[in-house]
Every structure is written in C-alpha cells, then in structure tokens.
Design a protein around this ligand. Structure first.
Ligand SMILES: [Zn+2]
Length: 68
C-alpha cells in the first residue's frame, strides 16, 4: 500500500495531505481555532499562514489562535 501521508507540521507524525494537521494535533487546537480553520473562505489562506507561523514559533498547539 502506498503511503500517501505527509509530515505533520505540528509533531513528528504524519497527516493526510488534505488536512492541515494530523488527527491528534487537530484535536489539540482550541475549539475556536479549529472552527475558523475549517471555514474555506477568502480568509482561509491567511489563517493557515498564521497556524504555520505559530507552529514555527513553537507556540503550544492548545494556545494557537488564528484570525476570524
Ligand atoms: Zn501532528
């Protein structure tokens, strides 16, 4: 079976390429952040950028916030 997963940006694990994070990192995000990241609108690109910037800055996943 081909491994179609890619590196999760939040942990050493793997994620589905269609998702921003692996399941455990995703569940660790605050509810509001998860809800905002789930919306696919004009601001989605900016929110993903904020998520990745927070991860790169080593902000703990439960503390990550993104724009509304
Ligand atoms: Zn992860």
């Amino acid at each position: 079976m081909t491994d179609r997963t890619v590196k999760c940006p939040g942990c050493p694990g793997r994620r589905n390429p269609r998702q921003y994070l692996c399941g455990s990192c995703w569940r660790a995000l605050p509810d509001t952040t998860r809800g905002r990241l789930s919306r696919r609108d004009a601001g989605a690109f900016l929110r993903v950028r904020e998520l990745h910037a927070a991860l790169a800055a080593n902000i703990p996943i439960p503390d990550i916030e993104v724009s509304r």
